[in-house]
Design a protein around this ligand. Structure first.
Ligand SMILES: [Zn+2]
Length: 576
């Protein structure tokens, strides 16, 4: 690759610079021209020992900060010991070979040499271990993180830091000091030009962070090709998209869970008790385990963008678009199934917070705490790939996932059929039929409990049949192995009106800022007999669906004028 090509053509590297500022070369030379002996000093300790043999001790003390007599006993982080010029140049000592005076050569290091010395230099600062030129590879490995699991920098460091680290590592210990390199590409302006202060062709990062949060920005960058060394045309729209798809969706799901979870205090989620619970719970746990495996694998291979994509898939496609959407009614009912749904979603949110922790740390922390995390912080948790993940992965539930995939496909086609005939989902239809040879939702010999009901609910049909040949003829439309019967009889029509009215009243509730704790009385006025009869007939069902204690017909109602299937009705909601 790129690095290999650079190495092939690498030339000699002059590591010294004739400058004043910089790390001084630790090389002393005998000033006797006939001798010219060189001494390379390998540690601070050695400098101190040598400097005790100083030729003119009093001069050295008076002209520098190097307090030669006491320096050996001082802790090394005491600023008294300054290894830079001019002080280091005061350290002179007698030559071993002749009587001449050893003096440091004037050069300093190329600053890239120091970047290459990072592993040893930073460990010198942060550990108690005293490195020296005599440190063996084994000693090094037992004291510092050498070689490092990974380093991360921009692609422009191919000839810079990546190279200098390698040169020093190989020269000193015959080994690369890093196992992996995460190379980020160049971030360009949205039109592909170089970002330029003069052209101001990029948004102010602080403003982007203020608007969308640091996590959205971070997630956006980590999910882009920039983490694979590709250049990225930075787009604020991209950050906005991440904000909506990751941050907002997660918060919406959390809020949904919080709305219904307050009455259940004793959460205990046991994977071993999954059998017999709703097919949706078992399915989402299977998906969660798959997602955890996928994210773990991605991160272990340093494919951060793949990890991000998996997380988006989990939040958006699996949890929000299907699990929560199809479980809404379960949360509203009472009983064991509701508890199972609440506990399952809590478990999903907790595990999701762990997956998010390295990528969106603030969102992860909020999610963890708000969904009942037990520790002080999600960042103190273990990584989520626990034993249960393996158990689920090895279980039979992959069949469930296969069936669910087909169900979702069938529903998608069903929705498209509805779109084509412009029959809204709110309007119930009589029948849906599925071609047996195309969809093996019963291929394992049985159709799982609850699978058909999912199609019934999602497509809002009265019955679903699996047939050898799809029906045709009046009222039937079909596509890709799915057929819908579109003729709407009187009963269906009435139901459609109920649903439509429900939706409109719930919109009014939302506009008035009512929560699920608020009950209302619905006052209404209409001249339409169809609506009047429908309300009287379906009063109970309506009341439950819009959290009303009663529906009362009044005259001169002052409220919102709404149309239900073209029929006018005036509605006023009175908070009880
Ligand atoms: Zn000499």
């Amino acid at each position: 690759g790129r690095f290999g090509k650079w190495l092939e053509g690498a030339r000699d590297w002059a590591i010294s610079r004739s400058r004043y500022w910089g790390a001084p070369l630790p090389v002393w030379r005998c000033q006797n021209p006939a001798c010219n002996e060189l001494k390379v000093v390998g540690s601070v300790k050695e400098i101190v020992e040598l400097s005790l043999r100083v030729t003119n001790r009093s001069e050295a003390i008076s002209n520098s900060n190097v307090e030669i007599a006491s320096v050996a006993t001082l802790p090394r982080n005491d600023t008294t010991m300054d290894l830079h010029r001019p002080y280091i140049d005061q350290v002179k000592f007698k030559c071993n070979k002749c009587d001449g005076e050893m003096q440091r050569v004037p050069e300093v290091f190329d600053c890239w040499f120091e970047s290459g010395a990072m592993p040893y230099a930073s460990e010198y600062l942060f550990s108690d271990y005293e490195l020296s030129a005599k440190t063996t590879r084994e000693e090094l490995r037992s004291h510092i993180a050498f070689p490092a699991d990974f380093i991360a920098e921009g692609i422009d460091q191919t000839r810079g830091w990546f190279y200098t680290l390698l040169v020093l590592g190989v020269a000193l210990y015959d080994e690369s000091p890093f196992k992996n390199v995460v190379v980020n590409g160049i971030i360009l302006a949205e039109n592909g030009q170089k970002m330029s202060k003069r052209l101001k062709n990029y948004p102010d990062p602080q403003k982007v962070i203020d608007q969308y949060g640091a996590d959205a920005m971070r997630f956006y960058l980590l999910s882009s090709g920039a983490v694979r060394g590709e250049s990225l045309n930075f787009s604020e729209k991209g950050v906005d998209e991440v904000y909506k798809k990751v941050v907002l969706l997660t918060l919406n799901v959390l809020k949904f869970w919080q709305t219904y979870s307050d009455k259940i205090s004793n959460f205990q989620f046991l994977i071993s008790k999954l059998q017999g619970r709703s097919i949706l719970d078992r399915w989402i746990i299977w998906c969660l385990a798959s997602a955890i495996n996928e994210v773990t694998d991605s991160l272990e291979k340093y494919e951060i963008d793949r990890a991000c994509r998996t997380i988006v898939w989990l939040i958006d496609d699996l949890v929000s678009t299907w699990y929560v959407r199809r479980s809404r009614d379960r949360f509203k009912n009472e009983g064991q199934d509701k508890e199972s749904a609440i506990m399952t979603l809590q478990f999903v949110l907790q595990e999701l917070s762990k997956l998010l922790a390295p990528i969106a740390p603030f969102l992860a922390e909020y999610l963890y705490r708000e969904s009942g995390g037990k520790k002080e912080s999600v960042h103190l948790e273990n990584w989520g790939q626990g034993k249960w993940v393996q158990e689920i992965t090895e279980s039979d539930d992959y069949k469930l996932d296969k069936q669910m995939e087909q169900v979702r496909q069938i529903c998608e086609i069903g929705h498209r059929l509805r779109d084509e005939t412009q029959v809204k989902v709110r309007q119930s239809l009589r029948r849906c039929q599925i071609l047996k040879s195309k969809y093996q939702i019963n291929a394992e010999g049985q159709i799982l409990n609850g699978i058909i009901e999912l199609i019934v609910d999602e497509l809002n049909v009265k019955e679903v049949g699996i047939v050898e040949t799809l029906p045709s003829g009046e009222g039937w439309i079909s596509k890709d192995g799915v057929a819908l019967y579109t003729i709407i009889d009187q009963e269906l029509k009435a139901e459609g009106l109920v649903r439509e009215l429900t939706r409109q009243i719930n919109n009014l509730r939302k506009k008035q800022g009512l929560t699920i704790q608020d009950k209302v009385t619905v006052e209404y006025q209409t001249v339409e007999d169809a609506l009047k009869q429908m309300i009287i007939k379906s009063k109970q069902e309506l009341a439950k669906a819009v959290l009303a204690s009663d529906f009362v017909e009044e005259e001169n109602v002052e409220g919102a004028e709404i149309k239900v299937d073209g029929l006018l009705i005036i509605i006023n909601l009175l908070k009880n």
